[in-house]
Ligand binder design. Sequence first.
Ligand SMILES: *[C@@H]1O[C@H](CO)[C@@H](O)[C@H](O)[C@H]1NC(C)=O
Ligand SMILES: *[C@@H]1O[C@H](CO)[C@@H](O)[C@H](O)[C@H]1NC(C)=O
Ligand SMILES: *[C@@H]1O[C@H](CO)[C@@H](O)[C@H](O)[C@H]1NC(C)=O
Length: 246
Amino acid sequence: MKLSILLSFFSSLALAAPVLETRQQPTLCSPYGYWSGNGYELLNNLWGQDSATSGSQCISLSSSSSTGVSWSTNWTWTGGKDLVKSYAYSGKQIAKGKLINNITSMPTSVSWKYNTEAVRANVAYDIFTAADPNHVNSYGDYEIMIWLARLNNVYPIGGDLGIRSIGGRSYNLWIGMNGNMKVFSFVAVGNQYDWNGDTKLFFNYLRDNEGYPVATQNLIVFQFGTEAFVGGPANMTVSKFTAAVN
Ligand SMILES: *[C@@H]1O[C@H](CO)[C@@H](O)[C@H](O)[C@H]1NC(C)=O
Ligand SMILES: *[C@@H]1O[C@H](CO)[C@@H](O)[C@H](O)[C@H]1NC(C)=O
Ligand SMILES: *[C@@H]1O[C@H](CO)[C@@H](O)[C@H](O)[C@H]1NC(C)=O
C-alpha cells in the first residue's frame, strides 16, 4: 500500500519535470511589451520609434530570481541619428513613497555586452524622482542617469560640467533640462562592462553640490538598459542586473 503511493508520487513527478524544464521565457516584441517577476520587470519601451524611418526592437528574459535578472535585447533602427528610438530596460520594482533622504543605500551590479559596438546607443541606468510619491513612472521632477557606455558619440542632454569622482570612479557630469524635468547624467570615463556600486552616492553628491532636494523627492523608478539611437541589427546581452533599495 505505502509502496504504491510512493510509486505514484514519483511517477507524477517524473511526468511534471519535463514540462517545467521546457517552459519558454518571454520574448517581448510589441511596443511596451512587459514582464515582471521576483521584484524585477522588463519593458520593451519604444517611446521614440516615431522618429525612425524603419526598425524594431525585442527584449527577452533569460532568467530571474529574487536577486536579479538576466536578459537580452535585439534592435535595428534607421533615421534620426541623434534621436533616441527605444529604451529596452530591466527595472527593480520599488515600494511607493521612498524619500531619497530615507534611503541608506542603493547597491546594484550589472554585466553587459553588445555583439557589435558599431551602433549609436548608450548603456545606462535611469532613475526618476518626484515630489509626488504617486507620480507616473515615465518621467519625474528629476532624472539621474549613469552612463556606462557611450557608443559612437551620442550625448546626454545639456552641457558638460567636467569630471566628477563618485565612489572612486570618474564621470563627466552633464546637466540639462528635458521639458520641466532636470536631468543629471554621469557619463563614465571609459566603457564599464562590469559595474557595481552604490547609486545612493550619486544622490549624496547632488545633494552636497547641486542643491538636489533629497528631503522632498521620492524614488519613482530604478532602471538599467540601453537607449538605442540608430544602427543594427544589434543584440545586447545583460548577463546580470541586480538592484536593491535599503
Ligand atoms: C541575443 O543573443 C543571445 C546570445 O547569442 C541570444 O541567446 C538571445 O536570444 C539574443 N536575443 C535576442 C532578443 O535576439
Ligand atoms: C529579434 O529576435 C527575434 C527572435 O528572438 C526576431 O523575431 C526579431 O525579428 C529580431 N528583431 C530584430 C530587430 O533583430
Ligand atoms: C523618513 O524617515 C523619518 C525618520 O527617519 C520618518 O519619520 C518618516 O516617516 C520617513 N518618511 C518616509 C516617507 O518614509
